[in-house]
Design a binder for this molecule. Structure first.
Ligand code: PXL
Length: 274
């Protein structure tokens, strides 16, 4: 007897420690009861001898196209998460692949830089992401830095400004080319006792708040958050409910974070209890 689990697809990079990237995505998919399918865009290996800096290797664009063909020929995929892409050439092949078929949801985690990378390291990638992939997204999940960058704001220091950023990102792309939903994440960086996220759907603002778990950033939180939204959407949830589950899973995963020798701990998806 064959079975038909909901299928959740991710196009993202490998982060070799298991804390972030496609490793975190696939664990999240599994934890939420979906069948994970993955296409690799790049390989990141932190360098313990050089302050855990990022050693980054892009996957050949043709190999990305081949993986996409294998995945989409094998399964009827209609919900996809986009994680780290890394180069303009990668962004181009992923955008062309996405354009080759319809999607119910494209969840974009607009990874501009990851923890440990210097801001500014990826400006050409940022531009390509904004021009080629953001218009294909239905849901985008920027953190504070990404929200600031995408909204063109100097700073975000309050809930009101976080909402303003979500509105601007939505309006900037409000030419019918998506994203219909913007989830701007305040995280530990936005001051206050709670970790606050806001969802703007073009009409209403929904605020999701949970007491902060410490003041340190935890690796894999952004990946897990967007992956959990993707899994829930794959199972048929609406976006508001999907964000609620994602928020709960990340909060629990940070409470049960995995101690590591890196300067940051990582999220433990296995701790999640619905
Ligand atoms: O956390 C963002 C992220 C996403 N994807 C990959 C990464 C990182 C950060 O290290 O390496 C592959």
């Amino acid at each position: 007897m064959s079975s038909t689990p909901s299928l959740a697809y991710v196009i993202a990079g490998s982060e070799a420690t298991g804390g972030a990237g496609i490793q975190a995505d696939l664990k999240t998919f599994q934890e939420l009861g979906t069948y994970g399918v993955g296409t690799l865009t790049c390989i990141v290996s932190f360098d313990p001898k050089h302050d855990w800096g990022h050693r980054f290797v892009p996957v050949d664009p043709q190999v990305i196209a081949d993986q996409f063909e294998a995945a989409t020929s094998t399964h009827a995929l209609d919900v996809v998460k986009i994680g780290m892409l890394g180069t303009p050439a990668t962004i181009d092949v992923v955008a062309r692949s996405l354009e080759s078929q319809p999607w119910r949801h494209v969840v974009l985690d607009p990874v501009l830089i990851c923890k440990g990378q210097e801001p500014g390291a990826a400006l050409d990638t940022d531009t390509a992401l904004r021009e080629r992939v953001l218009p294909l997204a239905t849901v985008v999940t920027p953190n504070l830095f990404e929200a600031k960058t995408l909204a063109g704001m100097d700073d975000i220091t309050s809930l009101e400004e976080l909402v303003e950023a979500a509105r601007r990102i939505h309006a900037r792309l409000g030419d019918g080319r998506g994203p219909r939903y913007v989830v701007a994440k305040g995280g530990v960086e936005l001051s206050g006792p709670d970790a606050v996220d806001v969802l703007f759907d073009g009409e209403d603002v929904t605020v999701y708040a949970a007491p902060k778990v410490g003041e340190e950033r935890v690796s894999g939180a952004g990946c897990t958050f967007a992956a959990a939204i993707t899994a829930e959407l794959a199972k048929g949830a609406d976006v508001h409910d999907a964000v609620r589950v994602a928020k709960d899973m990340v909060t629990q995963g940070i409470e049960a974070r995995v101690a590591a020798r890196t300067p940051f701990d990582t999220v433990w998806q296995g701790a999640y209890v619905a």
